[in-house]
Design a protein around this ligand. Sequence first.
Ligand SMILES: Nc1ncnc2c1ncn2[C@@H]1O[C@H](COP(=O)(O)OP(=O)(O)OP(=O)(O)O)[C@@H](O)[C@H]1O
Ligand SMILES: [Mg+2]
Length: 324
Amino acid sequence: MSNPILSINQMYTSFHVDGETIPAVEGIDLSLYPGEIVGLVGESGSGKSVTSLSVMQLLEGTPGKVTGGDILFENQNLLEMTDREKRKLRGNDISMIFQEPMTSLNPVIKIGKQLVEAIREHQSISKRGAEKHAVYMLDQVGIPRAEEIMKEYPHQLSGGMRQRVMIAMAMSCDPKLLIADEPTTALDVTIQAQILDVMRNMRDEHHTAILFITHDLGVIAEMCDRVAVMYAGRIVEQGTVYEIFENPKHPYTKGLLGSIPKIGSRAERLDSIKGQVPTAEDRPKGCKFANRCPFVYKHCWEEEPPLFDGENRCWLHEQKGESL
Ligand SMILES: Nc1ncnc2c1ncn2[C@@H]1O[C@H](COP(=O)(O)OP(=O)(O)OP(=O)(O)O)[C@@H](O)[C@H]1O
Ligand SMILES: [Mg+2]
């Protein structure tokens, strides 16, 4: 097998707010191989965005900092790079799609100009060449009348079109790694399906590795090769999509899967896991899922389980050596 393009090893990220330290991510291990789509799933607050911002080195401007571990991109430690090296990498070898496209598009600059600038920042290419490439990319993400859209401002486009522009921008430098944080959450299902297709095609054609962040297990099932399930700043289970969906091992994963509304059922609320994710400040001492777990026993409260076999962070895994 080839080497991973991204390898996150024992990464810790915490925030310092009002003199207190909030541990948002505590000891994550995650690797992505070229051409692989890996899903990162988990309830709100589990640390998915913090993980992606840590990899992108975009925590400056927040009270957050990576405090431990390392993040290797093609065997180079991102944490040891100079600002200049990091800037060169971002948008060139690594790009990111954010959940809200307006935050990364400038409202007062025409779409075409923004795309051309993004392309030229990272590639030595003529203005005309960059324009041609921008139109090509818009076309690739399924935008009709691409030449005309180039002359429009972001607010003239619908949300779905803006998100496609963002995806075009993120993919325009042919990145080796794309981090997509809830890229389609705000979109209606038809547009969502179209955008997922575009991303899959780009992976197939360019061998891009994609870290796909979502709380939507349906999208994960459709898009990803592997899945990592996050809970309270940790990965509690990881495996292939098939393994996770056919034979989920961790009680939290089972709960999440149980919360997918069935087609035809009237259940619309994702509430089959009782209770709330503990805040980073008051996580239980042992297993962080202990206060919500239907299988909890004494040991779970006392000591945190490791990720057994690299796949399941649950004491029952050790006890039974198999799934529950
Ligand atoms: N700017 C910040 N300042 C302080 N704490 C933060 C900040 N951003 C994140 N955190 C902490 O990190 C935790 C994880 O946040 P994160 O945004 O990664 O969650 P998430 O898994 O992306 O959730 P969602 O599904 O809602 O996007 C939060 O619960 C919070 O404690
Ligand atoms: Mg998030």
